[in-house]
Design a protein. Structure first.
Lengths: 602, 84
């Protein structure tokens, strides 16, 4: 949902809550239901790469096995909605493919018809809501245990508990709605009656979130002759279409595969419904013939309704089950995955392969492209952008305004801005295949290393982001200040490298001037660790926070070092900017340390 | 005349190392001079600085340049033949 719409939705919901208690209950039910979905998904993820995949693989490796799995689960759970919800979460967790998912949906469609037999034949109905409380208790108990799998079971149980509780809340809130639907007053005949009652069946099931509830209502009404048998048939068709809403709601929080499955559920049930509506007379006759064979009295419309429910679902399976692959293709067309636009290489051209110097220059320029993308990611992590580096205000001031910045998704940014480029550069270098005697081979090797440093810097930023997000708004001012200092020093370092890069032409001693930046990395690290020790000693921060700060200052140092190493290769060596004599005078790490300590002693 | 030219070429060939060495020394001297100029510039900036962080920054930069110059002078001594 677009963020701009959020205040409007919240206002509308708040108004609805004030207006109606039932609406509050329904909304709470939907929320609990969706939360259950999330919990279920998290639970299943704990089993990925293990037992669950093997079980699912064995029970859903063919369409017929998937069908059997769906049929059994829906019969046991007495809810095709719940089975489709679980299947959506399986798909979202990547445990199933869409073909297997659709197979399960077909199975659950038939499995759920056993409910009508139970209602009509035995007058029994499994009240799934009663299982919610023990499931929640056992689930939470498992979540608090050690061990990934136990926690996973805990999340699955609480997820199921919340799903059932959500349905229970929805049903409860609609109790008075259910009581107001007096079907006897609206008995209709002909096509008009058929269509209107189908729509009523859909609406009632959508509202009550259960085709069983609609079936119960219909079978009861038809048994006391409140509605005609033909109207009851239409209600059953409507209930079968309306039950797909459970999967649709579940798919709101699922990925594209989940949405495709929900779409498939709707497609199958809707098409079956339309076919049955067209041939309702023939179906009715078939039900009479089957009833006569089974010894069911013509005067018992309840059991005939159960036969009708099973029959038309079976017909739907016969028609659409062989078309699973075509359905998958159609659904993939309807629900297209929106991939983020990834950055493509700008300078790598295979036609340059015969010209070693051109290859090196192409790789250098592409590596600079990668480096610039990395700077963007690092700056955005701290709520800044490239533009901020050029502003006259101090960086510290700019960082203060990033207090409410939303956590930047580094993983997504890496996929979008780095991964493709990095892979393309590595592939291009590998294809170059110069002999190692050639100067260009050495340069390509340096450039490969430079790219590695860039990627390392992003990885370090990701590690740092966890605590930066956690502590930058800490109520402990000293902690928040230190984390702002870390962000500030990284941004300042990037600014200094950028200044160095842009003043390269006028810099008479480029390589030697980098020693100052190397020294500042060492010096900042020294000062930071000293400040942390003082804060711990003065009890302004806890030793635990102190240890986090020490780790994070190490990430800061690593980010700076990696960026500087990459910049040195990309802007100096690659550009032939430094002379051999300069190399002789450049300070090594020990010499830089000596300088830092001599300045520090003053 | 031709023999004289040939002798010159031979002398130049055998003195390639010396020539390279001289070139190296010249380059080194140029860099040391640039470093000296940079040192003076930073010393001046240090005298003008009034903020602690700037003073610290210039002090570090100055010490870096001095260490680089010291290293350069040592290299220069190694390259120059001892005066007899």
């Amino acid at each position: 949902m677009p963020r701009a719409l959020l205040p409007i939705v919240i206002s509308l919901l708040s108004y609805g809550f004030w207006l109606s208690d039932a609406f509050r209950g329904i909304a709470a039910g939907v929320s609990i239901f969706l939360f259950g979905m999330l919990s279920l998904e998290q639970g299943f993820k704990a089993f990925t790469g293990g037992v669950l995949e093997r079980i699912l693989q064995k029970t859903t490796d063919t369409s017929w096995k998937s069908f059997g799995f769906g049929f059994l689960s829906a019969t046991l759970m007495q809810s095709s909605g719940l089975v489709s919800v679980i299947t959506v979460s399986f798909l979202s967790a990547g445990l199933l493919d869409l073909v297997a998912g659709i197979g399960i949906i077909f199975g659950s469609n038939l499995g759920t018809t056993t409910g009508a037999w139970l209602i009509a034949g035995l007058g029994l109905k499994v009240n799934i809501a009663t299982y919610a409380m023990p499931l929640l208790v056992f689930g939470v108990l498992c979540i608090f245990q050690n061990g990934k799998q136990l926690k996973g079971i805990g999340y699955i149980l609480t997820g199921l508990g919340f799903l059932l509780l959500g349905i229970h809340y929805m049903k409860d809130s609609f109790e008075h709605v259910e009581s107001t639907i007096n079907l006897a007053h609206y008995s209709m005949s002909g096509i008009k009656g058929l269509l209107i009652y189908t729509v009523i069946g859909i609406i009632a099931t959508v509202i009550m979130q259960s085709s069983h509830a609609t079936l119960l209502l219909t079978i009861t009404a038809v048994s006391v002759h409140q509605i005609t048998y033909n109207n009851a048939l239409a209600l059953v068709i409507g209930a079968n279409i309306g039950t797909t809403v459970t999967a649709i709601i579940a798919s709101l929080g699922a990925n594209i595969q989940g949405k495709r499955l929900a779409g498939s559920h709707l497609l199958i049930n809707l098409c079956t419904g339309i076919i049955v509506l067209i041939f309702v007379k023939q179906f009715s006759m078939a039900v009479d013939i089957i009833s006569a064979h089974l010894g069911i009295s013509v005067a018992d419309p309840t059991l005939k309704l159960a036969i009708f429910h099973s029959l038309f679902n079976a017909v739907g399976i016969v028609i659409f089950f062989p078309l699973i692959n075509q359905q998958v293709l159609l659904l993939e067309k309807i629900f297209t995955e929106k991939r983020p636009t990834t950055f493509m290489p700008k300078y790598l051209d295979l036609s340059a392969m015969d010209f070693p110097e051109t290859v090196v220059e192409s790789v250098r320029l592409e590596s600079i492209h990668l480096y610039e993308n990395a700077l963007h990611i690092i700056l955005r992590t701290f709520g800044l952008d490239e533009h901020d580096l050029q502003q006259n205000d101090s960086l510290a001031q700019r960082l203060k305004h990033t207090g409410d910045a939303i956590e930047y998704d580094i993983d997504a940014a890496y996929e979008q801005r780095i991964k493709g480029l990095y892979s393309a550069i590595i592939a291009f270098i590998s294809q170059a295949g110069f002999s190692w005697q050639m100067t260009q081979s050495a340069k390509l090797s340096w450039l490969r290393e430079a790219n590695k440093h860039v990627v390392e810097a992003i990885k370090d930023t990701k590690h740092l982001q966890k605590n930066w997000s956690r502590f930058r708004l800490s109520s402990n001012q000293a902690t928040a200040d230190e984390y702002h200092k870390i962000a500030y020093q990284i941004a300042l370092h990037i600014k200094n490298i950028e200044t160095f890069r842009h003043e390269l032409e006028s810099n008479e001693l480029p390589l030697l001037s980098l020693d100052t930046l190397k020294a500042s990395i060492k010096n900042d690290d020294l000062q930071m660790n000293r400040a942390i020790e003082t804060l711990i000693r003065e009890q302004k921060i806890t030793p635990e926070t102190g240890s986090s700060l020490i780790n994070d200052s190490a990430y800061m140092r690593s980010i700076k070092k990696n960026l500087l190493k990459a910049a040195e290769t990309l802007f100096l060596y690659g550009n032939n900017g430094a002379t051999g004599v300069e190399h002789q005078l450049a300070l090594n790490e020990t010499e830089i340390n000596d300088v830092i300590h001599s300045v520090d002693k003053r | 005349m031709k023999i004289e030219k040939l002798l010159h070429k031979l002398q130049a060939f055998f003195n390639t190392d010396n020539h390279k060495k001289r070139q190296h020394i010249e380059e080194l001297k140029k860099i040391l001079l640039k470093l000296k100029k940079k040192e003076l510039k930073i010393t001046h900036a240090l005298q003008q600085a009034d903020q602690d962080c700037l003073i610290k920054h210039y002090q570090t930069e100055l010490e870096i340049i001095r260490a680089q110059r010291k290293k350069g002078i040592e290299v220069l001594h190694q390259l120059k033949p001892p005066k007899t």
